[in-house]
Structure formats: C-alpha cells, structure tokens
Design a protein around this ligand. Structure first.
Ligand code: FES
Length: 115
C-alpha cells in the first residue's frame, strides 16, 4: 500500500497497486488516476495523454515512489509554467511500491476551465 497526499487540499488517499487502473484518465496508477478516483480536483485538459501541461504537480515528498520520467513527459513538462526540479505530469507519474507521496497540485479542474 502507498499513501498519496494532494496539496493544497490535504486529501490523503491509500492506494494499492493491485487495484490499478482506477479509471481511464492518465496511465494506470498515475497521480491523475488516483486523484480522479478520490475526487481531488486536478486539471487534465488533454484527458491524460501527455499532450498538455495542465496536470503539472510539484512533488514534495516520495519522488522515489514514482515511475521514472520518460522523454515525452520531459519534453512536455519543459513547457509548463512554474517548472521546478520536482515537477511531474500527474497523468504520467505512476505510484510504485509502498511509501508516502506528497504532491502539490498546480491547477484545479475549475481553474483550467474544465469540468
Ligand atoms: S493531462 Fe494533459 S499532460 Fe497530463
């Protein structure tokens, strides 16, 4: 089991990789997949296919429990506003193993104009 906390809302979710995928947005077990399952508002204007930057999150803790960033994510992320060394795209970063992951959501669904 892993634990994911989404800031600034502070919602903490317990996740079990055996239950992936939760839905059909983002990679199975991605931060976006987990957020949607737990009703955490996280923008995902392209639907979770690494084609926008609205699902940008900044990892505050537990980046070692996230999948490695691939080239597509890296290229896409380069265009994100407010990019940091701890930035990830929530639809591409998959929670692996069991640990505490804490991420800061940069844009909610409402802020992105999504539903
Ligand atoms: S939702 Fe568009 S890149 Fe993640």
């Amino acid at each position: 089991m892993a634990k994911v906390t989404f800031l600034p809302s502070g919602v903490t979710c317990e996740v079990d990789p055996a239950d992936y995928p939760y839905g059909d947005h983002g990679l199975p077990g991605s931060l976006l997949d987990i957020a949607i399952r737990n009703h955490v508002s996280l923008a995902h204007n392209c639907g979770g296919v690494c084609a926008c930057t609205t699902c940008h999150v900044v990892v505050k803790n537990g980046e070692e429990f996230l999948s490695e960033m691939d080239e597509d994510e890296e290229d896409r992320l380069d265009r994100a506003a407010g990019l940091t060394l701890q930035s990830r795209l929530a639809c591409q970063a998959v929670v692996e193993g069991s640990g505490d992951v804490v991420v800061h959501v940069m844009m909610t669904q409402e802020e992105s104009g999504g539903h």
